[in-house]
Design a protein around this ligand. Structure first.
Ligand code: GLC
Length: 423
């Protein structure tokens, strides 16, 4: 079966890493399927995908579309600004849709799998219900809190043959938000259990952060995330500031701003400034973006997940557990689905720096607890997070969608009234 993937970015955030894992597992399960990725910006994802034997092209979003974003827009200007941005973007969106349509025609897929909100909409404009290709929306994030996007998606609810979500929590939100009986199926993320392993190269986080080497008994505690504001960097730094001064802890902020969306992310400078104002500048290292997160996880004794809003899934949690780390998870959303508190991870209340500081303190002083949690985490990962499961679950989804998507290869054509239909 020919499957085409549409990604709004070629950068490697969580949704894109998940897509790379899907492609890797499908490559193994269905080696004869032609798979093709179209990404709307260049980035490390492209080379990763090509190395799997998947063809890839970049069709950059026009600036007006690239900068559009609802998440964070409400805080910094409200939905009026967003509506204005959408209007400004629409001629660009029409042009982009036309080039997307040509790219889809050229590859002639049975299924188009979209991996981000902008691509869900653009593909819904480019594909027609009941016709080849069938459309699969893969939701990695909640729609609640994005009313404008939700309204736009609802207009197109007839288009996707199926909506895939990364957790039951996101599925419940999607069913509520779309409210139109669209088929919603959960496929939890998987990881590469060989790459995210207990033993292997460990990153030198001190060198990466430009800090002097920490003494040998130092407990390394890190937040590994993009710099999206809801990932909880402020909570993490606040928790570090509350740790007893004698605890031999060094903290690391691992990651950088990877998305182009306006207003949704911290800059590293902002976070450095925050660390200074909390008086923890000498206790915190900033590594920037890392290309080998597995080596980073192995260098950390404790991996912190601190999202202040419910986390749709939390790929870094699964990756860190697969590396046998002791993980502290912000206990909400999809993240709460994938850990068993006290058994394979510890949890804290989202946004509660005092609670997070207490969990870090408990782990910093107790290497046995860290080891026990780490062993259980790896066992959970082997049971639940093997990425081979994703292909096993997606193949029947694609087959059903393709069967609903109309006649076989070559028969898909642009609808006659295409341009007039553009909304
Ligand atoms: C998004 C979600 C994150 C999830 C990832 C992969 O980035 O915010 O929770 O792990 O997608 O599904």
């Amino acid at each position: 079966m020919r499957v085409m993937y549409l990604s709004p970015t070629g950068q490697l955030g969580g949704a894109e890493s998940s897509l790379v894992d899907i492609l890797a597992s499908l490559r193994r399960a269905e080696p004869s399927w032609p798979l093709h990725l179209l990404a709307a910006s260049d980035g490390p994802m492209i080379a990763r995908v090509r190395s799997l034997g998947v063809t890839a092209e970049v069709q950059p979003f026009p600036e007006a579309i690239a900068r559009l974003g609802e998440h964070g827009a409400t805080a910094s200007g409200g939905s009026t600004r967003l509506a204005a941005q959408i209007l400004l973007a629409s001629p660009a969106a029409l042009r982009y849709r036309a080039s997307l349509t040509r790219a889809i025609e050229a590859f002639d897929p049975a299924v188009v799998h979209t991996n981000g909100l902008k691509m869900h909409l653009l593909a819904a404009w480019a594909c027609r219900p009941g016709r080849r290709p069938a459309l699969v929306w893969h939701l990695h994030d909640y729609l609640g809190g994005r009313p404008t996007t939700t309204r736009l998606l609802r207009w197109h609810h007839g288009q996707p043959a199926v909506v895939v979500t990364n957790s039951a929590s996101v599925a419940a939100d999607a069913a509520r938000a779309l409210a139109n009986g669209t088929r919603v199926v959960t496929v939890h993320n998987g990881v590469d259990l060989d790459r995210f392993s207990i033993t292997g190269v460990r990153a030198n986080l001190d060198a990466m952060a430009g800090l002097p080497q920490a003494p040998p008994n130092t407990v390394r505690v890190g937040l590994v995330a993009t710099l999206a504001r809801w990932k909880g960097h402020a909570t993490f730094l606040d928790a570090i500031a509350r740790l007893p001064a004698h605890l031999p802890v060094r903290a690391y902020v691992v990651g950088d701003a990877v998305y182009q969306t306006e207003g949704s992310q911290y800059s590293l400078d902002e976070l450095r400034q925050l660390a200074r104002s909390l008086g923890v500048a000498d206790r915190v290292g900033f590594t920037g973006f890392v290309h080998t997160p597995e080596a980073t996880f192995r260098a950390l004794h404790v991996v912190v997940h601190a999202s202040t809003e419910p986390e749709p899934f939390g790929l870094v949690i699964a990756e860190a557990m697969s590396c046998g780390r002791a993980v502290i998870v912000s206990n909400a959303g999809g993240a709460a689905e994938i850990v068993e508190p006290g058994v394979d991870a510890l949890v804290h209340a989202p946004g509660d720096a005092g609670d997070l500081a207490a969990q870090i303190t408990a782990l910093a002083g107790n290497p046995d607890l860290r080891a026990r949690l780490g062993r259980a985490a790896r066992a959970t990962a082997e049971r639940s997070f093997d990425r081979a499961r994703m292909a096993a679950e997606l193949v029947p989804i694609y087959r059903t969608a393709a069967a609903a998507g109309g006649p076989a290869a070559g028969a898909w054509q642009r609808g006659a009234g295409d341009e007039q239909d553009a909304r």
